[in-house]
Design a protein around this ligand. Structure first.
Ligand code: NAD
Length: 485
């Protein structure tokens, strides 16, 4: 049986689609129906070798081009992506189940932003000159070589572009392995880059489970690994990369705090909590799932939050009025159900939702727990689903101390009208990205990444260039050589 979403073949290597049906079968399931919509095969060792060989060869040709030339290719790819936004968004919705209302504005568009931004920067990547009397040193900012990108399933197009665009801007080649749950979108990114003029082999996509990722990470041809995934996977990939002393960027999980003070604008604070917990059905790494609410605003906050959750339109993700989709998989829904059961068992108050929807697809209600305490599992572990926990606090010092009492450090947010308190909180949060009176915006111009166990390195912004290049110093002597004997 063929499906309209079936790709030409599983992998995209050296500018063409490639198949090897000896690889394990991966069925792609549309989360809104639970039905199979495509089949791909995991990469075999021969496919992995082919991809790395193509990237190794193409990287040299790509790096020999000027930054401006590379940038032009990336900006052309960005334009193509914007032109095809609707088709790409529909595919993203099939891949992930996220509502089309969301994918139309947050996925291919975000990927295009990254291609455009790093396309613009490519010509401005330079070394520096250091004068030492008559002698001098100049530095060359050089590409690393072949980079491996490994993606999570929540933003398949965006993750491929957030890794591919800076890597390519700097003159690297990439082999990208999407999540086995969402293998379709990255293939389109590879097609578009080729069409925009990237030499064959500069951006390759191979499919597979963790084992394929592990093979890529262990290969001596690989100079750098950039992973988006959970902390346990990050630990494994980081350790494997260390074996070969490879560079890493680790974009990992979180359990971020969102602190709402009594003086917050109620409507904005509720809106912020919704953005921090229920966008993409809660499957966002930076979500502010520990919502600390001060006593004076608590009752009004819970009442208004529940009122606004009543307005959610859950259903067919392809209907543009739908604003809440299913979980990405049956397995992920089970994980979320398990956490909800645990929250109830631990004595938290179920203030909203909590139920699985009795229809096809992996739907679950947006869920709010109140009276949550710091020691409960739902307040400590990353759930990666639409489950918001409300915790109470008395003063600023306590809120900050409890916010930081976690192994994670991806993001944090504060809602208050007090200007100096807002900045004190932002300075005190142990997190890579902080929000004042908003939440979960991730523009390409701003660095994004985690502190503590949430990761290493930064994506987006000028800062990402540091993570895809190495600096070489060249000492130039202008006088005679003085040797001791
Ligand atoms: P995951 O850790 O299960 O898998 C991530 C990727 O790693 C997948 O492609 C998987 O196949 C691969 N992988 C697994 N084991 C591997 C191994 N040993 N070697 C190499 N690759 C391996 O994560 P997921 O369930 O796909 O995604 C959800 C997680 O991702 C959450 O924890 C979420 O917070 C995190 N995430 C982080 C960010 C960020 O930018 N910080 C963004 C999105 C998601």
């Amino acid at each position: 049986m063929t499906y309209p979403t079936q790709p030409t073949a599983s992998h995209f290597i050296d500018g063409v689609y490639v198949e090897d049906t000896r690889g394990d079968l991966i069925e792609v399931i549309y989360p809104a129906t639970g039905k199979v919509i495509a089949q791909v095969h995991a990469a075999t060792p021969a496919i992995i070798d082919q991809a790395l060989a193509a990237a190794t060869r193409a990287q040299k040709q790509w790096a020999a081009m000027t930054g401006a030339e590379r940038g032009r290719v990336l900006r052309r790819a960005s334009d193509i992506m914007r032109t095809r936004n609707r088709d790409l968004s529909v595919l993203e919705t099939y891949d992930t189940g996220k509502p089309l209302q969301e994918t139309l504005v947050a996925d291919a568009t975000s990927g295009a932003d990254a291609l455009e931004y790093f396309g613009g920067l490519a010509g401005a990547i330079t070394g520096e000159h250091i004068q030492l009397g008559d002698d001098f040193v100049y530095t060359r900012r050089e590409p690393l070589g072949v980079c491996v990108g490994i993606g999570a399933w929540n933003y398949p197009t965006q993750i491929a572009c957030w890794k591919g665009a800076p890597a390519l801007a700097c003159g690297n080649a990439m082999v990208f392995k999407p999540s086995e749950t969402t293998p379709l979108c990255a293939l389109k990114v590879a097609e578009i880059l080729l069409e925009a003029g990237a030499p064959a082999g500069v951006f390759n996509v191979v499919q597979g489970m963790g084992a394929v990722g592990a093979s890529l990470v262990a290969d001596p041809r690989v100079a750098k690994v950039s992973l988006t995934g959970s902390v346990p996977t990050g630990r494994k990939v980081y350790a494997a990369a260390a074996e070969g002393i490879r560079n890493v960027t680790m974009e990992l999980g979180g359990k971020s705090p969102l602190v709402i003070f009594d003086d917050a604008n109620l409507e904005d604070a509720v809106g912020g909590a919704i953005l921090a917990n229920f966008y993409s059905s809660g499957q966002v790494c930076s979500n502010g799932t520990r919502v600390f609410v001060q006593g004076g605003i608590r009752a009004a906050f819970i009442a208004r939050l529940c009122e606004r959750l009543d307005q959610i339109k859950m259903g067919d993700p392809m209907d543009e009025t739908t604003n809440f989709g299913p979980m990405v998989s049956e397995q992920q829904r089970k994980v979320v159900q398990g956490f909800i059961a645990q929250g109830i068992a631990e004595g938290a108050t179920l203030s909203y939702g909590g139920q699985v929807i009795d229809k096809e697809g992996f739907f679950i209600q947006p869920t709010v727990f109140s009276d949550v305490t710091d020691d409960m599992v739902i307040a400590r572990d990353e759930i990666f689903g639409p489950v918001l926990s409300i915790l109470s606090f008395r003063d600023e010092e306590e809120a900050l101390e409890r916010s930081n009492n976690t192994e994670f450090g991806l993001a944090a947010g504060v809602f208050t009208q007090d200007l100096t308190r807002a900045h004190r909180m932002a300075a005190g949060f142990e997190a890579g990205t902080c929000y004042i009176n908003t939440y979960n915006l991730a523009p390409v111009e701003a660095p994004f990444g985690g502190s503590k166990q949430s990761g290493v390195g930064r994506e987006n912004s000028k800062g990402a260039i540091e993570y895809y290049t190495q600096v070489k110093s060249v000492y130039v002597a202008m006088g005679p050589v003085e040797a001791p004997f």
